[in-house]
Design a protein around this ligand. Sequence first.
Ligand code: WT7
Length: 637
Amino acid sequence: MSTAFDTTASKSEVYQPSREILESVQASDYLELREEALQDPLSFWDRQAKELLDWYEPYQQIFDDSNRPFFKWFTGGKINVVHNALDRHVKSWRKNKLALIWEAEDGEQRTYSYFKLWKEVNRFANILKSMGVKKGDTVTIYMGRVPEMPIAMLATAKIGAIHSVVYGGFSEQALADRIDDAKSKVVVTCDGSWLRGKTVNLKDIVDEAIARSPVVQRVIVLKRTGQEVNMVPDRDFWWHELAALPIAGPYCETEPMDAEDPMFILYTSGTTGKPKGLMHSCGGYLVHIAATLKYAFDTREDDRWWCAADPGWITGHSYIVYAPLILGLTSFMYEGAPGYPYPDRWWQQVEKYGITLLYTAPTAIRGLMRFGDAWPARHDLSSLRILGTVGEPINPEAWRWYNVNIGKERCPIIDTWWQTETGGFMITPTPIIPLKPGSATLPFAGVEADVVREDGSSCNPDEDGYLVIKHPVPGMARTIWGDPDRFVQTYWSDFEKQGWYFSGDSARKDEDNYFWIIGRMDDVIKVSGYRLGTAEVESALVSHHAVAEAACIGVPDELRGNVIRAYCILTAGVSGSESLEDELKAHVRHEVGPIAVPASIEFVDSLPKTRSGKIMRRLLKAKVLGQPVGDTSTLEA
Ligand code: WT7
């Protein structure tokens, strides 16, 4: 159990869709569709692929499982995301429709029509080419939440290169590891980014990371904060200077890609310290994200969509950048933090831009809820039609607050369970599904999910078990970059006999077959919805000279879901103090990033270990939570 909240308490609390919703929703036949898809998932995905996307060349086969678990989808098909997200819209009436509205932290506002975005992407694609980037090369993108970030992503995809976006909240070591693993010769960054009125020194961090990972040959730097940065001659180039050169021509051909070519890598945390680069494909991924967004949020031509995540996470890749553009929607993106500089910033933006669909994380909702009901009450939120949540289980209290104070009890709340690995929503309601606060409800059409015991048998209602996916879905990652064995080992070995994917989550299903996610079963901690591996934080701690050994656990927290508690054995001769605790926190911030900083550090003489030397974090956690310690038969004497 990794959350601070009892998500089962509200099981009898059911919210039926209103008549207004039932009468207006486009896919009112979703339940029949879902039933059909359960019988024949391939036809469902085939239809989505044909209806939602344009292919340069049609695929010959929908699904190929000849090399399990390296499944393929839409083989033989030729496609490019940018053709679907921009090129085709520019040739249609959508040319002058707004694709993106952006607001800076200081209130500056920018808008991009599809035509304008297309032009910027063409230009930057030419710039990347001039830097020597070719089809199949990787480009690391490390930026703040500015429009140039999606522009850089789209430009990379346009020329058939592979982007690896590293969230701008990560620091030196985390960035260096990711650049190194992806072997990116080109990095795109900003001088700095704005966060709560202060600047984050992105370029300095890049410089330090490159010192640790010397594969980088070129750095393109967007001027955002105007702060002083060090530009290395022949290596570092200003974005705006390159854009003024003839090389940055206004047109660049979009590269037709095989459906199974890699489209991007995105790193996420796992059990070991080495981050996993999940590789997503050019074909199946697009089908999955476009279909899920369309049905789950009942999207329409005149919607204003706000996915309040960062493009640096999978949520942003799929549902800020790619799916909304494929569907031709207008998106809103905000540079800053929620509640900055005042607690109604978000609600003011909903009103100002007429947001119709809002998708965010429980931790953000809890954070804004803290300020009280008066802040949203000041604003006209009547444009909102549907709300969404993602990242961790939502506690019923936050759910109800969101429902009453933001949705005014008229907006369905779409609780979407999915992962970096799955590419798009896996378990989610659509607006016609009755809701239970804290439950992600039912698997999406074409997704076969279950909760099972260790032997693979299905759990009884309300019995905790492993959350598995029984049939592959087009958007699921194809491999771990450079480490196919780890891909097989991590996701496909627990239920190898059955050929199922194991998510790493525990869950239960209730008597209505609704899914209730409990939390991670592995050494992954969700802090404010961010995913962190205990090993990453531990290796940052032991990289400090004062620390000999470290163990981290997640401890429930009302606001952030979980916080990290660290236990450190100090090197001989060093003694623990408050100032050392502060120094270690600063060290973790510098190495991994602010999100990884432990809430508390305890100095200890020993750590519970198995006889084979593995730290038993489970025991540390049971002690903190005052729970029974369970089976300790493998504990070292
Ligand atoms: C883990 C994946 C997928 C986008 C953001 C997170 C947890 C995610 C929910 C939800 C309960 C959720 C799971 C999952 N999670 N969505 N709606 N209800 N838990 O992606 O960083 O790869 O994390 O987030 O534990 O395994 P991610």
